[in-house]
Design a protein around this ligand. Structure first.
Ligand code: 5GP
Ligand code: ZN
Length: 114
Protein backbone atom coordinates (compact mmCIF):
# COMPACT_ATOMS: atom_id res chain seq x y z
CA UNK A 1 0.00 0.00 0.00
CA UNK A 2 1.88 3.06 -1.30
CA UNK A 3 0.96 5.64 1.31
CA UNK A 4 0.89 3.44 4.41
CA UNK A 5 3.58 4.19 6.97
CA UNK A 6 3.54 0.64 8.36
CA UNK A 7 3.90 -0.87 4.86
CA UNK A 8 6.90 1.42 4.37
CA UNK A 9 8.40 0.27 7.68
CA UNK A 10 7.83 -3.41 6.88
CA UNK A 11 9.31 -3.06 3.38
CA UNK A 12 12.37 -1.20 4.71
CA UNK A 13 11.54 2.05 2.90
CA UNK A 14 11.43 3.71 6.34
CA UNK A 15 14.45 2.50 8.31
CA UNK A 16 13.32 0.91 11.60
CA UNK A 17 14.92 -1.42 14.09
CA UNK A 18 12.77 -4.54 14.32
CA UNK A 19 12.24 -6.27 17.64
CA UNK A 20 10.87 -9.22 15.67
CA UNK A 21 10.22 -9.84 12.00
CA UNK A 22 9.36 -12.80 9.82
CA UNK A 23 7.46 -13.18 6.57
CA UNK A 24 4.08 -12.53 8.26
CA UNK A 25 4.58 -10.26 11.29
CA UNK A 26 6.78 -7.35 12.37
CA UNK A 27 7.31 -5.74 15.79
CA UNK A 28 9.00 -2.39 16.33
CA UNK A 29 9.03 0.33 18.99
CA UNK A 30 6.39 3.03 18.75
CA UNK A 31 7.93 6.34 17.68
CA UNK A 32 5.99 8.15 20.44
CA UNK A 33 6.03 5.72 23.38
CA UNK A 34 3.39 6.26 26.06
CA UNK A 35 4.82 3.69 28.49
CA UNK A 36 8.38 2.58 29.32
CA UNK A 37 7.89 -0.38 26.99
CA UNK A 38 5.69 0.37 23.97
CA UNK A 39 5.91 -1.56 20.75
CA UNK A 40 3.65 -2.26 17.81
CA UNK A 41 2.79 -5.61 16.26
CA UNK A 42 1.71 -5.44 12.62
CA UNK A 43 0.94 -7.95 9.88
CA UNK A 44 3.27 -7.74 6.88
CA UNK A 45 0.20 -7.76 4.64
CA UNK A 46 -1.69 -4.46 4.51
CA UNK A 47 -4.99 -5.13 6.30
CA UNK A 48 -6.78 -1.81 6.95
CA UNK A 49 -9.27 -2.84 9.66
CA UNK A 50 -10.44 -5.95 11.51
CA UNK A 51 -13.48 -6.07 9.22
CA UNK A 52 -11.08 -6.79 6.34
CA UNK A 53 -9.41 -9.76 8.00
CA UNK A 54 -10.02 -12.73 5.67
CA UNK A 55 -9.91 -16.46 6.36
CA UNK A 56 -6.42 -16.44 4.82
CA UNK A 57 -5.28 -14.02 7.56
CA UNK A 58 -6.31 -16.20 10.51
CA UNK A 59 -2.82 -17.68 10.96
CA UNK A 60 -1.32 -14.18 10.84
CA UNK A 61 -3.55 -12.97 13.66
CA UNK A 62 -2.38 -15.85 15.86
CA UNK A 63 1.22 -15.16 14.95
CA UNK A 64 0.76 -11.51 15.97
CA UNK A 65 -0.11 -12.69 19.49
CA UNK A 66 2.84 -15.11 19.54
CA UNK A 67 5.22 -12.34 18.42
CA UNK A 68 3.79 -9.92 21.01
CA UNK A 69 4.37 -12.45 23.79
CA UNK A 70 7.92 -13.20 22.61
CA UNK A 71 8.94 -9.54 22.42
CA UNK A 72 7.25 -8.78 25.78
CA UNK A 73 9.38 -11.58 27.24
CA UNK A 74 12.51 -10.19 25.56
CA UNK A 75 11.79 -6.72 26.97
CA UNK A 76 11.29 -8.11 30.46
CA UNK A 77 7.64 -7.16 30.98
CA UNK A 78 6.08 -10.63 30.87
CA UNK A 79 6.17 -11.30 34.60
CA UNK A 80 4.74 -7.93 35.67
CA UNK A 81 2.24 -7.92 32.80
CA UNK A 82 1.37 -5.68 29.93
CA UNK A 83 -1.61 -4.34 28.03
CA UNK A 84 -2.47 -5.08 24.39
CA UNK A 85 -4.57 -2.47 22.59
CA UNK A 86 -5.96 -2.34 19.06
CA UNK A 87 -7.47 1.03 18.16
CA UNK A 88 -10.16 0.77 15.49
CA UNK A 89 -11.71 3.82 13.86
CA UNK A 90 -12.02 7.47 14.87
CA UNK A 91 -13.59 7.04 18.33
CA UNK A 92 -10.63 4.88 19.35
CA UNK A 93 -8.15 7.33 17.80
CA UNK A 94 -6.77 5.03 15.09
CA UNK A 95 -4.19 7.02 13.12
CA UNK A 96 -2.67 4.35 10.89
CA UNK A 97 -5.12 2.30 8.78
CA UNK A 98 -3.05 -0.90 8.86
CA UNK A 99 -4.14 -3.11 11.74
CA UNK A 100 -1.76 -3.21 14.66
CA UNK A 101 -1.58 -4.13 18.32
CA UNK A 102 0.01 -1.71 20.76
CA UNK A 103 1.86 -3.63 23.47
CA UNK A 104 2.23 -1.42 26.53
CA UNK A 105 4.27 -2.35 29.57
CA UNK A 106 6.51 -1.14 32.35
CA UNK A 107 3.82 0.39 34.53
CA UNK A 108 0.40 -0.37 36.01
CA UNK A 109 -2.82 0.42 34.14
CA UNK A 110 -6.29 1.30 35.34
CA UNK A 111 -9.51 -0.37 34.23
CA UNK A 112 -11.71 0.62 32.53
CA UNK A 113 -9.43 2.58 30.18
CA UNK A 114 -10.07 6.31 29.81
P1 5GP B 1 -2.99 4.23 16.28
O1 5GP B 1 -3.30 5.61 16.81
O2 5GP B 1 -3.29 4.12 14.82
O3 5GP B 1 -3.57 3.13 17.10
O4 5GP B 1 -1.41 4.06 16.48
C1 5GP B 1 -0.46 4.38 15.52
C2 5GP B 1 0.87 4.44 16.23
O5 5GP B 1 1.89 4.44 15.26
C3 5GP B 1 1.06 5.72 17.07
O6 5GP B 1 1.24 5.36 18.43
C4 5GP B 1 2.30 6.37 16.46
O7 5GP B 1 3.16 6.94 17.43
C5 5GP B 1 2.96 5.22 15.72
N1 5GP B 1 3.71 5.64 14.55
C6 5GP B 1 3.29 6.46 13.57
N2 5GP B 1 4.27 6.64 12.65
C7 5GP B 1 5.32 5.89 13.05
C8 5GP B 1 6.63 5.65 12.52
O8 5GP B 1 7.02 6.16 11.47
N3 5GP B 1 7.44 4.81 13.22
C9 5GP B 1 7.04 4.22 14.38
N4 5GP B 1 7.91 3.42 14.99
N5 5GP B 1 5.82 4.42 14.92
C10 5GP B 1 4.97 5.24 14.27
ZN1 ZN C 1 -0.05 -0.88 5.28
Amino acid sequence: MADCVFCKIVSGEIKTEFLFKDDKVACFKDIKPVTPAHFLVVPVRHIPTPSQVTDQDLEVIGRMFQAAAKVAEDLGVSKTGYRMVANVGPDAGQEVPHIHIHVLGGRKFGWPPG
